[in-house]
Ligand binder design. Sequence first.
Ligand SMILES: Cc1cc2nc3c(=O)[nH]c(=O)nc-3n(C[C@H](O)[C@H](O)[C@H](O)COP(=O)(O)OP(=O)(O)OC[C@H]3O[C@@H](n4cnc5c(N)ncnc54)[C@H](O)[C@@H]3O)c2cc1C
Length: 434
Amino acid sequence: MTTAILGGGLSGLTLARLLHERGEKVIVLEAEPQYGGLCRSRADRGFTFDIGGSHIIFSRDAEVLAFMRRMIEGNEERTVRNTKIFYKGRYVKYPFENGLYDLPPGDRFFCISEFIKTLIAVERGDLPAPENFHEWIYYTFGRGIAECYMVPYNEKIWKYPATGMSHHWVDGRIPRPPVEDVIKSAIGIPTEGYPHQAVFSYPREGGIEALARAIAKPVEPSIRTGFRITSIRNHDGHWQISDRTESVVADRIICTMPVQHLLAALDGVPPEVTEACGSLKYNSLVCVNIGIRGTVPDLSWLYIPDPAIGKTNRVSFPSNYSRQVAPDGCSSILAEITHQAGDDVARMTDRQLIDEVVEMLRVMQLAEPGQVVYTSVVRQPFAYVVYDTRYPGNIAMVRDYCGSIGIPLVGRFAQFEYLNMDGCIRSVMDFFGS
Ligand SMILES: Cc1cc2nc3c(=O)[nH]c(=O)nc-3n(C[C@H](O)[C@H](O)[C@H](O)COP(=O)(O)OP(=O)(O)OC[C@H]3O[C@@H](n4cnc5c(N)ncnc54)[C@H](O)[C@@H]3O)c2cc1C
């Protein structure tokens, strides 16, 4: 029995490894010249940048975390998170609710008083349960935290009005500190939010791709790169998968590539399923990689909610995760800009994007243009699943259809879920458990 795995990102590679360990025959079909998907990294002139945005290894899933750390054993750096939000020229501790003391006094009062008023209103049953993400933010954090940070930041990253987004996904993904911690943070007693990420791992060498490579190692001979799947047909119980020039035959297929690409390769998909799939919302990503001479602040990454500062929603400092990812005397900065296909960011040239980020770094006093010694731009069409209010109905129709024709979906854009690396590996492990 041969299993063909469609897509060679972290999910496909982990699936292949676990199948191989069970003695099964697998082949991984990957469109790009290098496997790894969003977990690829590029080394160039002494700098190594993650090309799917800055990645770190963390999880509250002990089994999955142990697996990832075992994979990079001997090549692991551990870092204490030092993450901030850039707010009115200040660095506010992340998560925002744990950093209220860093706010100007007026904003601090606004945030804490609205937080407490909202708690009382919820307690009394005066506030109706939230029906969308916007209402959830106000209901959970109050008007102050909502308007100073949560709404502007979320609308910047999702490129979608919070009123049009569902809130079913927030648990475990948006930090919600205990009430005591929010009060402590407002009066200046330090607290730590999102504790399972407070210390994280990163490969010393090779960027996050070192994790993908370590997982892939035993199955490398079974990975076909440069195989962009355009057609999938089932003949007498066998699957024939083609990339226009060649075909591969398998007894079983498991899809880890985006469902949009899967359905486009199939014949006879009902129009209502095609429509549901076409209505699923996602964001693309531009990564602007900057190498500078000199140092950067001792920060892990920085959220930038204010649209006036620049298009970037987050900048990370990879050379603070590992000294091996930048040449001696240099530091690295990775700016992430989410966008949607065909929008103003998609139309910007690489030069324009670099200029925009270099100017932002100057304004934020993170780096002067004269320090810049390296720049590059990478674009990822599929970066984030956006949970609009029509998502539950649309995804159910797509999943039911794929299930009915015998194609399991595993991974971030196959399941079409906001899964981090740990969530993808968990899905793979559960796939075998099911
Ligand atoms: C900005 C950003 C930051 C992130 N940071 C973190 C982090 O810090 N920690 C963390 O745990 N997770 C993080 N993640 C999430 C992590 O990247 C994903 O969970 C994980 O990489 C998804 O793996 P996957 O294999 O499911 O999908 P992908 O990586 O998308 O893999 C899908 C693969 O399918 C291939 N493919 C597509 N179409 C075809 C086709 N037609 N034929 C053949 N192959 C095809 C693609 O080339 C790709 O290799 C981040 C994601 C983003 C966008």
